[in-house]
Design a protein around this ligand. Structure first.
Ligand code: AHG
Ligand code: MN
Ligand code: MN
Length: 299
């Protein structure tokens, strides 16, 4: 087991410290902000709040040289030469924010890259996500494996510098179960290409539907129970919906380290070469056998 990377640990210290503040801010930020993000999607007040909090926290981490967010067109220079000792951090501040109105799971996704962005997922040195469910949990993956923590606001803990948050590791070697149990496929069924629809019909006969509309919640079902999550290429949107830099790559990195696989239908997600930090990519991720069947089905 390699020693933890101090910059990576500081990144996830900062992310964990913001989690209770973001969670506490959600009730009052369920409304539209009146603006769109670089992907052309409407932004909620919760998206902007989480983005601001995480930008301040992460650009202040020694060793973070650049900050990219779903909610910002370009990277924020945080000082330090990315790829020469400093890392670039890409985040989805609030994933599944359309679940805010319906009070369902959502989260924050983080990718830590050892290269200037846009970069391939092979340049990731760590990735993780916070899941705002009935419990706030945080998944952290690096080259030593995947761990799950419970993150709680704890007024008794902390001082002026270290915000009051307590963390407890509940799983220190998270692995995908061998026998898959659940599936969750995004997009509208009429928009699925025929080959994916045929694959989905097979999977529907084998597994249980678990689709909640937030990637982090749906992927957490797959990590917990085994199975497959997909936001597929659609007939009118062959690039799908999810963004490579701060959604598909971090999830692919986590699931690969937990023993699974992730593809865009042809190529491993982590090998996809992006042109821009907001590039979209189809995402199929979960147990290797299910992902391999998917790739054959789309051939
Ligand atoms: P975000 O809220 O960051 O834009 O992400 C939403 C994404 C992802 O979380 C989820 O898998 C997908 O959108 C759901 O899309 P549909 O609403 O089309 O199902
Ligand atoms: Mn998202
Ligand atoms: Mn988002």
């Amino acid at each position: 087991m390699s020693d933890p990377d101090p910059i990576v640990e500081s990144v996830f210290d900062a992310v964990a410290a913001t989690a209770p503040e973001i969670r506490a801010a959600l009730p009052g930020r369920r409304v539209e902000s009146g603006t769109d993000n670089p992907s052309g999607e409407s932004v909620l007040a919760g998206d902007l709040y989480a983005d601001e909090l995480l930008a301040d926290a992460l650009t202040a981490v020694d060793g973070v040289g650049s900050f990219v967010s779903e909610e910002r067109e370009a990277a924020v220079d945080a000082g330090g030469a990315v790829g020469e000792g400093a890392y670039a951090v890409a985040i989805d501040p609030l994933d599944g924010s359309s679940n805010l109105r319906s009070n369902n799971a959502m989260g924050t996704v983080v990718g830590v890259y050892d290269a200037p962005l846009p970069a391939t997922g092979r340049d990731l040195v760590a990735a993780g996500y916070v899941l705002y469910g009935p419990i706030t949990t945080m998944i952290v993956a690096d080259d030593s494996g995947v761990r799950e923590e419970v993150v709680e606001a704890d007024p008794a803990v902390g001082d002026d510098d270290a915000p009051a948050v307590s963390r407890s590791v509940v799983e220190d070697d998270l692995r995908l179960p061998d026998d898959p149990l659940v599936y969750g496929f995004g997009g509208r069924v009429p928009d699925w290409p025929d080959a994916f629809t045929a694959y989905a019909r097979e999977i529907e006969d084998e597994l249980k539907l678990r689709y909640g509309g937030a990637m982090v919640g749906d992927v957490n079902q797959v990590l917990t129970y085994g199975g497959i999550f997909a936001y597929p290429a659609l007939v009118d949107a062959p690039e799908g919906k999810l963004r490579l830099s701060f959604e598909a790559n971090p999830i692919a990195y986590i699931v690969e380290r937990a023993g699974g696989a992730a593809t865009d239908g042809e190529t491993d997600i982590l090998d996809v070469e992006p042109e821009g930090v907001h590039d979209r990519v189809p995402l199929y991720v979960g147990n290797e056998g299910l992902v391999e069947r998917l790739q054959s089905a789309l051939d």
